[in-house]
Design a protein around this ligand. Structure first.
Ligand SMILES: Nc1ncnc2c1ncn2[C@@H]1O[C@H](COP(=O)(O)OP(=O)(O)OP(=O)(O)O)[C@@H](O)[C@H]1O
Ligand SMILES: [Mg+2]
Length: 356
């Protein structure tokens, strides 16, 4: 007689089923709520957040493929959608299509999130992708400066939509385009949520392969709102190499796990200094914190970006380093990270932004 099929057999088969929004197993994403098996008849219950409904079909088909070889007599797979706090996913309609939305984040301030987000977005555009860059840092927007658009304002259409600004082949949106520079605004959670919602619903993004989002530091309202508003493909976590940055990476990673946003990988910024005269590599802040963090938390290490005066100057003058020095070793490192993201984000689900 054949061995009875156990819960462990089922879990091991499900290991291969991946969320189409990431390359991670659904077991890591905490979608599976219950598995019971008795007499080779199994019952599986999965739970999705409202913004994840779009991935159900893909999961169902992968689950069938994974379970069929086990030879169960019968199995039933049920999906339930969590109700309550989450507003409906930004879905439906036909006006804007985004294939992938990537957030650039870090638990810590000043590690170079905005610089990395801006240069990664330029790198994706250089690789031939339609790319947008959204500044979700409501408190300290950097994109107007980084993209030479300080003082520019986006146009509104007669229908009340907002036309994003453009530079270096990117579509751009920032709260900095609609407030006075230096103006201090106290944003509270619900206001941030509303504003971010407008950034998705009211902005004429058109068809994008990638929308890169520059997040504020920390693990606050913006991150939470984003997870509720849009099916993020995943987050890139930026860190500096020092050991002390590890604790912040942990906080950041845990927060994304909690709201079911896949971590696409970890970037070590300001990793080492390449002497522009002799080409020698100097590891000013020691080295390897990013890789260590990735190993510790089981995430992919995307690579290192060196500390380079011209990267800062590029930011200050609004001419992104990659735009200016495409063939340099440093730009190649950034392009390499962009290519990895391209491979790690599966653009199977198109995100349709419903306009209000
Ligand atoms: N690889 C780099 N080489 C040289 N300077 C860098 C590099 N990355 C970032 N910087 C500089 O470090 C400073 C902080 O960078 P940035 O504003 O991108 O950080 P951030 O994490 O977005 O900060 P915040 O938390 O305030 O949003 C800037 O002056 C920027 O030009
Ligand atoms: Mg920033």
């Amino acid at each position: 007689m054949n061995q009875p099929i156990t819960k462990e057999h089922i879990l091991s088969a499900l290991e291969k089923v991946k969320s189409p929004l990431s390359l991670h197993s659904i077991l890591e994403g905490q979608y599976l709520k219950n598995v019971s098996v008795c007499d080779n008849i199994a019952k599986l219950n999965f739970e999705l957040h409202p913004h994840e409904q779009g991935i159900q079909k893909s999961l169902e088909s992968q689950i069938n493929t994974a379970l069929t070889p086990l030879g169960l007599k019968e199995y039933k797979v049920e999906f339930s959608i969590l109700d309550g706090k989450h507003p409906p996913a930004v879905a439906a309609s036909v006006e804007s299509h985004m294939k992938s939305v990537i957030a650039v984040a870090s638990g810590k301030g000043g590690v170079g999130k905005s610089t990395v987000a801006a240069n990664l977005a330029v790198a994706l555009a250089k690789l031939g992708f339609q790319t947008g860059l959204l500044d979700a840092d409501i408190y300290g927007p950097s994109i107007p400066l980084l993209m030479k658009k300080v003082g520019s304002q986006p146009l509104a259409t007669p229908q009340g939509k907002i036309v994003p600004l453009e530079n270096y082949g990117l579509k751009l949106m920032s709260v900095g385009f609609v407030t006075e520079p230096g103006q201090a605004i106290v944003w509270r959670g619900p206001m941030i949520h509303k504003l971010l919602e407008e950034f998705f619903k009211k902005v004429e993004w058109g068809d994008l392969d990638y929308l890169v989002i520059d997040l504020p530091p920390g693990t606050g309202d913006t991150q939470l709102s984003l997870s509720q508003l849009i099916p993020l493909s995943g987050a890139v976590i930026v860190t500096t190499p020092q050991d002390v940055a590890l604790a912040d990476v942990e906080k950041c990673v845990k927060m994304f796990e909690k709201v079911h946003i896949p971590i696409l990988g970890i970037v070590e910024n300001m990793s080492y200094y390449l002497c522009s005269r002799c080409g020698e590599r100097d590891e000013i802040f020691s080295h390897g914190g990013g890789q260590k963090a990735a190993e510790k938390w089981g995430y992919h290490y995307l690579g290192a970006i060196p500390l380079k005066t011209q990267i800062r100057e590029g930011g200050d003058s609004g001419l992104p380093f990659v735009e200016q020095n495409l063939n340099s070793q440093e730009s190649q490192a950034i392009l390499e990270i962009a290519k990895q993201l391209k491979d790690r984000v599966k653009p199977v689900e198109k995100i349709h932004i419903h306009k209000t």
